[in-house]
Design a protein around this ligand. Structure first.
Ligand code: NAP
Ligand code: GCO
Length: 268
C-alpha cells in the first residue's frame, strides 16, 4: 500500500505552543512552522513575548505572540479567543510552559510546592480545557503535553516537579480516554536531560573549570552519552502533531537518548 508522506505535513494547521519564546517550546514551534503550521505562543510578560517574536522573526518565522499566564483561567480564555480571531480554531496544542524548583522536600514550603503544581499540572488542564471545545467542534485535535524523566523517576530535590509531571502523564491518558472518541489525540513527550536555561544550573562549570558533577552524572547515565538539545524534540513533536499519528493516543514518547532503558554504568 502506498504511503502518503503528506501525512507528516502540518500545512494550514493552527498550533499554540505555550511558553515558547525560547527553549524547548521555541524549537517545537519552529519545527511546526517548517512543517507548514501557523504559530501562536504565549508567555507571562510582554517583554518575554517581544523577545520571542524577535527570535521567530530572526528564524524567518511569522509567529503570533500573546501575553497570558497558563495558570490564569480568564487570561487563557482570552488567549484562545484572540488566536481564533487572528488565526482560526486551534488544531494543535503543546502544553510546554513549565517551571522547576530544586529544593529538598523538608525545606520546601507548601506555597512553593503548590506553585510548581499550578504551572506544570493545573496549567495544562486549564489550557486543554479552553481549546478542547473548538477541537471537538472542528472534528479533530492534537494535544501534546511536555512530561519529563520525572514522570517515571524520582530524584532528590524535585518532589513538586515529579508530582506534577507524573500527574501530567495521567492527565494525558485521561484526555485520551475522555475525548478519543471525538477524534482528539492527546499524547506526551518525555524529554530526557535537555540543554536549556531550565537545566543551566545543572551544567555550570565548577570554579576549577571541571564539569558540574550532575553534568558528568547525566552523560554517564545516558546511552547516547550526551545532553539532548531542543532540536532532538522536533521530529517527535511533528509526528505527534500530524495526521501520521492519528491512531497514537495516550502515549508518552520518551525522547531521552535511552536513559529509561539503561540500568547505569558498571563500576570499572
Ligand atoms: P525553560 O527554558 O525554563 O522555558 C520554559 C518556558 O515556560 C519559558 O518561556 C517560561 O517563561 C514559560 N513559562 C513559565 N511559567 C509560565 C506560565 N505560568 N505561563 C506561561 N509561560 C510560562 O524550560 P525548557 O527547558 O524549555 O522546558 C520546557 C518544558 O519542558 C517544561 O515543561 C519543562 O518542565 C519540560 N522539560 C524540560 C527538560 C529539560 O531538560 N530542559 C526536560 C524534560 C521536560 P518565562 O521565562 O517568562 O518564565
Ligand atoms: C532535574 C531537571 C529536570 C529535567 C527533566 C528530565 O532537576 O531533574 O532539571 O527538569 O531536566 O525534566 O526529563
Amino acid at each position: 500500500m502506498a504511503f502518503d508522506m503528506n501525512k507528516f505535513s502540518l500545512e494550514g494547521k493552527v498550533a499554540l505552543v505555550t511558553g515558547a519564546s525560547y527553549g524547548i517550546g521555541f524549537a517545537i514551534a519552529s519545527a511546526f512552522a517548517a512543517a507548514g503550521a501557523k504559530i501562536a505562543f504565549n508567555d507571562r510578560t510582554q517583554e518575554a513575548v517581544d523577545r520571542g517574536l524577535a527570535s521567530y522573526k530572526e528564524a524567518g518565522i511569522e509567529a503570533h505572540g500573546y501575553v497570558a499566564d497558563v495558570t490564569d483561567e480568564d487570561a487563557v480564555a482570552q488567549l484562545v479567543k484572540d488566536i481564533e480571531r487572528d488565526l482560526g480554531t486551534i488544531d494543535i496544542l503543546v502544553n510546554n510552559a513549565g517551571i522547576i524548583k530544586r529544593i529538598p522536600m523538608l525545606e520546601m514550603s507548601a506555597k512553593d510546592f503548590r506553585q510548581v503544581i499550578d504551572v506544570d499540572l493545573n496549567g495544562p488542564f486549564i489550557v486543554s480545557k479552553a481549546v478542547l471545545p473548538g477541537m471537538i467542534k472542528k472534528g479533530h485535535g492534537k494535544i501534546i503535553n511536555i512530561c519529563s524523566m520525572m514522570s517515571e523517576l524520582g530524584r532528590e530535590t524535585v518532589s513538586a516537579y515529579a508530582a506534577a509531571k507524573g500527574g501530567l502523564k495521567m492527565l494525558t491518558r485521561n484526555i485520551c480516554s475522555e475525548y478519543g472518541e471525538a477524534n482528539i489525540q492527546c499524547n506526551a513527550i518525555g524529554p530526557g536531560y535537555i540543554a536549556t536555561p531550565q537545566t543551566a544550573p545543572l551544567r555550570e562549570r565548577q570554579p576549577d573549570g571541571s564539569r558540574h558533577p550532575f553534568d558528568a552524572f547525566i552523560v554517564a547515565k545516558t546511552p547516547a552519552a550526551r545532553w539532548g538539545t531542543p532540536e532532538d524534540l522536533q521530529g517527535p513533536a511533528v509526528f505527534l502533531a500530524s495526521d501520521a499519528s492519528d491512531f497514537v493516543n495516550g502515549l508518552v514518547l520518551y525522547v531521552d537518548g535511552g536513559i529509561l532503558a539503561y540500568i547505569g554504568k558498571q563500576p570499572q
